[in-house]
Design a binder for this molecule. Structure first.
Ligand SMILES: Cc1cc2nc3c(=O)[nH]c(=O)nc-3n(C[C@H](O)[C@H](O)[C@H](O)COP(=O)(O)OP(=O)(O)OC[C@H]3O[C@@H](n4cnc5c(N)ncnc54)[C@H](O)[C@@H]3O)c2cc1C
Length: 722
């Protein structure tokens, strides 16, 4: 009897809750239909004049050295630091920002690229009746709407599917997601909806069929994180902030406050990393926005201060686009072992990843083979058996460090804050830590509010809600058509330029080189399969890129999309940068090596090359295998474990054979069985069995002469014979 009552009660309460959510969501949808899709109430307009150019890095360094005192000096050029600089300068404060590496070289370029409110936090807020969590979600949803509004070229709504495997989960997830829409209110991007099993498979055909009962689709935002970070930095520079990358803070400067007699932070000793020159930057207020390095700067202020950062690392892998539909992500917020797993389309590829784990702080986090295999095994659980999830399909991988913090203002120093924390030390150092990409603007606003209060600065309220970022002002979804029509760019290139530079795409198009072909008229690609063009390298230098790594990872995103393609593009990138920055041959060589090292360790090239090669079926006799292995290593001189187009080109050059790049790509493509842009040893051995790869295509008899065949009746194979 008691059991029946309990069941009846649960059903009634559950049903009531669902009915309420349904009713409210319908009401919310009705309201939305009468308003704009996303609504952001803009702050007061900025009165500070905006430059129609941004100063060069060299001019910025001069300003940093010649200004007697800034109001605010921000340390760290990630999303948070650049957000602080923009907030401060648009309130009329004299602002400086120092970044020791490149803008966004830290966590801010290594995120999942989601602009999100945090569905999971909302679930926790409800389950635990935690109002703080609720407020955090509400704030993030507002910031999501703002970011989509202020940089529409770099961001867009993304539908995300939650697969449902148990019937009872369907109303539960649905109610949760509808509540997410509801909390967003008139800032809901698009309404969520339920899909039957067959519709879910229609939208996401590569999804595993068995056990699937249906799906729920909701919307969050997605962006190009490094470019967004750069857009914030460039906007701050246009408003007059003295921002410099490759400028490291070595220690904090202190002076004695005449009123209190206490030591106060009054600036920083810093070093131009590119020249080694050291100088002081003085400021009324110094802000520590160094993400995972929060504690190292806090200790520059006070050696004894306990650590607050509890870094945790998240690894992502990039796989070919066919692992997910073009415009639909997949996320399971609670796998059987409590983890999150996601795979999301991004820049025509698929990003997959899972929950973070604790780590040590380092400037160069490295994804391990174990991390990568773990993600692959998780991905396998979600995809249909028709989709063979292969290690060789991992085109790039990276690790990012999340700067989770305990609140130094709180008595409970153990519990990690899910929100951001602003703390002002006894000597006036303002630290901003924690939070997430999505909320960088709100974090910056809170930080500058605290700085104004702690240092008695003369400034009004924040102006950054609705303040458009670099490239947003004259951007429209059809801007790329003008690029095609006015400049003769390929449509794909034009779309890429418009969605990367916004209205500044015209400036890139103007400097694009003539191709010499009938079509496209201008815009030489850096690598054939990506729409990045050479003019972007020239423009990237104007946007403060100073190393080849800056160019392959944060001005273009090649390193994040395909390490081989990035490596292929490097020689040309270094040549163009060399011209722009007057590099000599030695410097060019160093840049090339440094960029290769970056790809090798930080972007997953090494783990790729460490792969086992004995897993595939190869029916060669052992002596053949040994012979082919030897040949393989002649091509793979750097012992990467695979052959790229560059290796083939090098060997061809050594035997004075000229072959055009497109033909080489075709050849590589045929040997490259898993289509990942490289030939691994197992592929090499498999084709070593006998297809004709080259002889039909190229007049290569002289190569055959140079590389005698073991059996003249066998067809010629480029990789097998030299
Ligand atoms: C794997 C992963 C996925 C994530 N995904 C998302 C997501 O999808 N959506 C989301 O909203 N958030 C996401 N986040 C969180 C988000 O990326 C971070 O919260 C945010 O990027 C942190 O930015 P930051 O500016 O605080 O730190 P960083 O970007 O790390 O910037 C700190 C900067 O300080 C510089 N610095 C350090 N010391 C000095 C010094 N002495 N002098 C000068 N400069 C110095 C560093 O070089 C660095 O560039 C993710 C985080 C991780 C780890």
């Amino acid at each position: 009897m008691a059991f029946r009552k309990a069941v009846k009660g649960t059903v009634l309460i559950g049903g009531g809750a669902i009915a309420t959510v349904f009713g409210l969501s319908q009401f919310s949808q009705y309201r939305n239909k009468h308003g704009t899709l996303v609504y952001v109430q803009a702050a007061e307009p900025v009165t500070v004049p905006v430059k129609n150019y941004f100063p060069t890095r060299e001019q910025q360094l001069l300003t940093l050295q010649s200004t007697s005192e800034f109001d605010v000096l921000v340390i760290g050029g990630g999303a948070t630091g650049c957000g602080c600089a923009l907030d401060a300068v648009t309130r009329g404060l004299k602002t400086a920002l120092l970044e020791r590496d490149d803008f966004s070289s830290g966590t801010s370029s290594r995120s999942t690229k989601l602009i999100h409110g945090g569905v999971r936090y909302l679930q926790k807020a409800i389950m635990k009746l935690d109002f703080e969590q609720y407020k955090m979600v509400k704030e993030a949803l507002h910031e999501r709407a703002n970011l989509l509004e202020i940089a529409p070229h770099l961001s867009a709504p993304l539908p995300i599917m939650l697969p449902v495997y148990k019937w009872w989960q369907l109303p539960y997830y649905w109610a949760g997601i509808k509540l997410y829409d509801l909390v967003a209110g008139n800032q809901c991007l698009k309404s969520s909806y339920v899909l039957s099993k067959s519709r879910a498979l229609e939208y996401f055909p590569m999804l595993r069929k068995d056990k699937l009962v249906g799906a729920i689709v909701y919307y969050d935002g997605q962006h190009n994180d490094a470019r967004m970070n750069l857009a914030i930095a460039l906007t701050a520079a246009r408003y007059g902030a003295a921002t410099a990358n490759y400028t490291e803070v070595l220690r904090l400067l202190k002076s004695t406050d005449p009123r209190s007699g206490k030591a106060r932070v009054c600036g920083a000793r810093c070093r131009d990393v590119l020249t080694g020159q050291e100088f002081d930057v003085k400021a009324k207020c110094v802000i520590n926005a160094t993400g995972p390095f929060t504690d190292s700067v806090r200790k520059m202020d006070d050696q004894e201060v306990p650590n607050i950062c509890q870094p945790s690392a998240g690894v992502h892998i990039v796989m070919p686009g066919y692992y997910s539909p073009d415009n639909m992500g997949l996320l399971d917020p609670a796998t059987s072992d409590g983890r999150v797993i996601f795979f999301l389309p991004w820049e025509k590829m698929t990003i997959a990843g899972t929950t973070d784990s604790p780590t040590d702080v380092t400037s160069h986090p490295i994804p391990t083979e174990e991390d990568i295999n773990f993600i692959l095994s998780e991905v396998r659980n979600y995809l249909s058996c028709d989709v063979e999830v292969r290690r060789g399909d991992v085109l790039a991988a990276w690790s990012g460090i999340r700067p989770l913090v305990t609140d130094p203002n709180s008595k409970d120093t153990q519990s990690i804050s899910r929100n951001h924390v602003v703390a002002v030390s006894d000597s006036g150092l303002v630290t901003i830590a924690g939070g997430k990409w999505t909320t960088y603007r709100a974090m910056a606003q809170d930080t500058i509010d605290a700085a104004i209060q702690a240092h008695g600065l003369n400034a009004g309220s924040s102006r950054t809600v609705g303040l458009q970022l670099e490239g947003a002002e004259y951007w429209s979804p059809t801007l790329y058509i003008r690029l095609v029509q006015d400049y003769g760019l390929e449509s794909e290139v034009a779309q890429h330029l418009a969605s990367t530079y916004g209205d500044k795409a015209f400036e890139v198009a103007k400097i694009a080189q003539v191709t010499g072909k009938r079509w496209p008229i201008v815009g030489k690609r850096l690598v054939s399969e990506f729409p990045y063009i050479e003019a972007e390298v020239v423009y990237g230098v104007k946007e403060y890129a100073r190393t080849a790594v800056d160019m392959i990872s944060r001005r273009t995103r090649l390193a994040f999309l395909n390490v081989q393609a990035a490596e292929e593009a490097l020689p040309r990138i270094v040549d163009i940068m060399g011209k722009e920055l007057n590099w000599n041959e030695q410097k060019k060589k160093e840049e090339l090596e440094a960029a290769k090292k970056f790809l090798y360790y930080e972007m997953g090239y090494k783990v790729k090359s460490d792969q086992l090669t004995d897993s595939s079926e190869i029916s060669l006799v052992p002596s053949d295998i040994e012979r082919y292995k030897k040949r393989f290593h002649m091509f793979d001189k750097d012992k990467k474990g695979f052959i790229t187009i560059l290796d083939v080109q090098r060997v061809l050059e050594s035997i004075s054979v000229q072959i055009d790049e497109n033909t080489l790509h075709d050849i590589l493509n045929e040997v490259d069985l898993n289509k990942n842009g490289q030939v691994e040893l197992n592929e090499f051995l498999q084709v070593g069995e006998g297809h004709l790869i080259l002889a039909e295509k190229c007049p290569w008899s002289h190569v055959r002469e140079l590389c005698p065949l073991p059996n003249r009746d066998q067809p010629v194979r480029i990789f097998g014979q030299c």
